[in-house]
Design a protein around this ligand. Structure first.
Ligand code: FRU
Length: 526
């Protein structure tokens, strides 16, 4: 009798459970019907990477293996503001279209999973795999929120995890942390690479107001090599997310080492930005070849932060490839998007070039981007004076615009203007008067979420050429401007209350000659 009762109760429970699940499904179907389509929400980037939902900040653990570019990122799935950090994961075969994969690393007893990098351990120095099946190793910061709350100073430590299945699943190393904190609170964001000349792993780590370099034979034991930066570059904010890599100088047999350091505050247009240094690295110490005061910026715009480069790009490709977080800590958590927050920049290829201002790093959208470029319209060459609306061009906000101007000495500023019926507008271009590129988003739309948003942003020019070349990528809520073929770059978010529908060329106080112009629409990657 007892057994029959039990059976009956469990059958009843089972039926109730099925009913409950069915109800929930019906509910969520209802929700689905009223929701906007996949990646169709207002401000949703169409050709930039953004998480399906929840919060995102820095790109992490970027490596290439077996035809796939991996992108991990700082993610809090349960909210659209920052919280306990996970490493979420996506892969791409071209750095343009992305496939979302399950979360790679979850917070654990040692803490949240803060920023870091990943490498392919080809020689199996860790012993986690074999030379036939080399392990992929992630090196990241464990951030103990409890330690931080308790007022300790040693709550950030470096740990590792490995994957033997093309990055699909990760096992944390039982000996974590591999580089324990030495008593400095800000001790994070390890970026690791194999240093061929000295046959060892080198880690660059952000330590409050400088970077530290560490060496290792096996990614498990680390010894300190040197410090850099206390008196160099910009110190308007905490140093974060460094990178260190060698880059050839275009058109020569020489190369230099480039170091990236992101700063939370103090960027050229206020707020977060990433600076870079050019110099030498001998496997031990980095030497800056510019003066200590020199400040160079990866992107002078307000919305490109914490960017780093992909590891293990095949030699035959040889490019140095970059992606950045397209936001700014000043307002990242309050921008007016609802389901998700933040996107990445487009993937960019980095080069070192001699310019009229000296050796500079340039960046341009990766050539693979051409895959999503659709219909292309020529803009008639013309002398631009005042504002000239481009009426016979079918303009959508998703565009890749290329413009070349000459004879602009009379003009105080010229370029491209977008506007909408609500009278909101954003201007981008070059000012011969100040010698600066600019994006003016002071009347671009919603901006009351932060006082720093509605401003004109500028970038110095490093070329003295009498041709100004502009390439501008326009997505639903972002602008990326590449001046002089990527030697001056600016990235800025915009939130118009309705999409910009009008596009004009303009030149103020005098004319500028448009000698070439193309506007291509860009397809959505989602
Ligand atoms: C940079 C940063 C990193 C840190 C991560 C935490 O944006 O502050 O220094 O590891 O974000 O999410």
């Amino acid at each position: 009798m007892k057994r029959i009762n039990k059976l009956f109760i469990s059958l009843l429970q089972g039926t109730l459970l099925v009913l409950l699940v069915q109800c929930q499904q019906a509910d969520s179907n209802k929700e689905m019907q009223t929701e906007t389509g996949y990646y169709q929400e207002q401000y949703r980037p169409q050709f930039h990477f953004s998480p399906e939902s929840g919060w995102m900040n820095d790109p992490n653990g970027m490596f290439y293996y077996d035809g796939e570019y991996h992108l991990f990122y700082q993610h809090y799935p349960d909210s659209t503001v920052w919280g306990p950090m996970h490493w979420a994961h996506a892969v791409s075969t071209d750095m343009v279209s992305w496939e979302h994969l399950p979360i790679g690393l979850y917070p654990d007893d040692l803490g949240y999973i803060f920023s870091g990098s990943a490498v392919v351990d080809w020689k199996n120095t860790t012993g986690f795999g074999s030379e036939d099946n080399p392990p992929m190793v992630a090196i990241f910061t464990h951030h103990s929120a409890e330690g931080s709350k308790a007022g300790r100073t040693d709550y950030q430590n470096q740990s590792i995890a490995y994957s033997l299945d093309k990055g699909r699943t990760w096992t944390k190393y039982e000996g974590n942390p591999v580089l324990p904190n030495q008593g400095i609170k800000d001790f994070r964001d390890p970026k690791v690479s194999w240093h061929e000349a000295s046959q060892k792993w080198v880690m660059i780590l952000a330590v409050w107001d400088h970077v530290e370099l560490y060496g290792s034979p096996d990614l498990k034991s680390w010894n300190k090599l040197s410090d850099f930066g206390l008196e160099h570059g910009n110190h308007g904010g905490v140093w974060e997310c460094p990178d260190l890599f060698e880059l050839p100088i275009e058109g020569s047999d020489e190369s230099r080492w480039v170091m990236f350091v992101s700063i939370g505050r103090g960027g050229p247009n206020k707020g977060s930005a990433t600076q870079y240094f050019i110099g030498q690295f001998d496997g031990q110490q980095f030497t800056n070849e510019n003066s200590k005061e020199t400040e160079l910026w990866v992107d002078a715009g307000p919305d490109n932060y914490a960017g780093v480069t992909w590891s293990d790009i095949p030699k035959g490709d040889g490019r140095r490839l970059f992606i950045g977080w397209m936001s700014n800590w000043e307002y990242a958590q309050v921008v007016p998007t609802e389901k998700w927050r933040s996107a990445m920049t487009v993937a960019r290829a980095l080069k070192l070039q001699q310019t009229d201002a000296g050796l500079r790093m340039t960046s341009s959208p990766v050539q693979e981007f051409i895959k999503v470029r659709a219909e292309s319209n020529e803009i008639s060459t013309q002398a631009v004076s005042g504002a000239v609306q481009l009426e016979n061009i079918s303009f959508t906000t998703l565009s890749d615009v290329r413009l070349e101007f000459t004879d602009f000495v009379q003009s105080s500023e010229f370029g491209l203007k977008l506007s909408n019926e609500a009278g909101e507008e954003v201007l981008m271009g070059y000012s011969p008067k100040t010698g600066q590129f600019f994006i003016d988003r002071s009347k671009s739309g919603i901006s009351d979420f932060h006082e720093l948003f509605a401003r004109r942003q500028t970038a110095e020019r490093s070329s003295a050429s009498d041709v100004i070349k502009l390439r501008i990528l326009l997505d639903a809520s972002s602008i990326e401007l590449f001046g002089d073929e990527g030697s001056s770059v600016m990235t800025a978010l915009v939130f118009p209350t309705s999409a910009y529908t009008k596009v004009s060329l303009f030149s103020k106080d005098g004319s500028a000659q448009l000698t070439s112009g193309q506007m291509s629409t860009v397809n959505s990657i989602w």
